[in-house]
Design a protein around this ligand. Structure first.
Ligand SMILES: NC(=O)c1ccc[n+]([C@@H]2O[C@H](COP(=O)([O-])OP(=O)(O)OC[C@H]3O[C@@H](n4cnc5c(N)ncnc54)[C@H](OP(=O)(O)O)[C@@H]3O)[C@@H](O)[C@H]2O)c1
Length: 283
């Protein structure tokens, strides 16, 4: 009897809880459906996606429903395994061995993607390398390798990708630069020059292609935990982290979240910008 009275008097509380839980579930389901379908039907090319930031970007875009074409330099086995991983998100995925530093290969790559996927809506120029050394010791080869892989690749692929994007009267191009392209860095004259060049390139492309509804933006990551930064000594890493207001390195997913925003409809009035994803390291 007491229990019945207790349950009756507590009914409004249970009712409130019931509706609260139901509301939360509904909210989470809606959010999941929106993020799974945000880019559905689109095709994205992510260069250099067998590891690190490129891999994180490809996964994020696939989770949002985009078909994924990705390129790599030499990691054939990793690329085949990654195709399977991406396909598990229910999208079409294919890796292409294509040297980003080779101008002629850009056209071939885009042609193959158009044959395989029928469209190209999003281009993420991510492939990049470092050949760090002080200017006094830097060889012409170290300079050329970095400039060709990081900067000339963006020129070649943007030039190739803009044709189908112009036909479609839509497109989003996202260039992965670096905070070092803004601040400069001792021992990275080649790398900093390539990344600063990308920022100027991004603004010029935004101005040239804006009237065609093709947007071009850059993302400048700070210290992101990947194989590229694994090569640094613990002392150098600690020094970097000291200068970051959020007191930690970023993850590929942190960069990928920004790519997702710039690739999708949430950013249709944003072009020619460089967004720093760096825990506040550069302001
Ligand atoms: N990590 C950071 O802290 C950081 C900070 C700022 C900016 N970034 C920029 O973010 C981008 C990705 O960096 P990450 O740290 O993820 O690098 P990463 O771990 O070294 O991965 C580089 C990726 O690029 C590919 N690649 C290298 N050279 C290539 C070429 N010539 N043609 C095609 N693909 C090529 C590699 O393919 P293979 O596996 O076949 O070699 C790999 O998939 C780079 O542009 C980098 O400059 C990184």
């Amino acid at each position: 009897m007491h229990l019945v009275l207790l349950l009756i008097s507590a009914k409004p509380v249970f009712n409130k809880m019931y509706w609260f839980i139901l509301n939360r579930i509904n909210h989470i389901c809606q959010k999941t459906i929106i993020s799974m379908t945000q880019l559905s039907g689109k095709t994205a090319l992510v260069t250099g996606a067998t590891r690190g930031i490129g891999k994180g970007i490809a996964i994020k875009l696939a989770q949002a429903g985009s078909n994924i074409a990705f390129s790599f330099a030499s990691s054939v086995e990793k690329a085949r395994a990654f195709e399977q991983e991406l396909a598990a998100f229910g999208v079409k995925a294919k890796g292409y061995q294509s040297n980003a530093a080779d101008f002629a290969q850009a056209d071939i790559l885009v042609d193959e993607i158009l044959k395989d996927f029928g469209a190209l809506d999003i281009l993420v120029n991510n492939a990049g390398i470092t050949r760090d050394t002080l200017l006094m010791r830097m060889s012409e080869q170290q300079w050329d390798e970095v400039l060709d892989t990081n900067l000339k690749s963006a020129f070649a692929l943007t030039k190739a990708a803009m044709k189908p994007m112009m036909k479609a009267k839509a497109g989003s191009i996202i260039n992965i630069t670096s905070v070092v392209g803004i601040t400069g860095n001792a021992g990275q004259a080649n790398y900093a020059a390539s990344k600063a060049g990308m920022i100027g390139f991004t603004k010029s492309v935004a101005k040239e292609l804006g009237s065609r509804n093709i947007r071009c933006n850059a993302i400048a990551p700070g210290f992101i935990e990947t194989e590229m930064t694994e090569a640094l000594t613990p002392e150098v890493r600690a020094e970097w982290v000291k200068g970051i207001p959020l007191k930690k390195g970023g993850s590929p997913e942190d960069v990928a979240n920004c790519v997702l925003f710039l690739a999708g409809d949430g950013s249709t009035y944003i072009t020619g910008q460089t967004i720093n994803v760096c825990g506040g390291m550069v302001m």
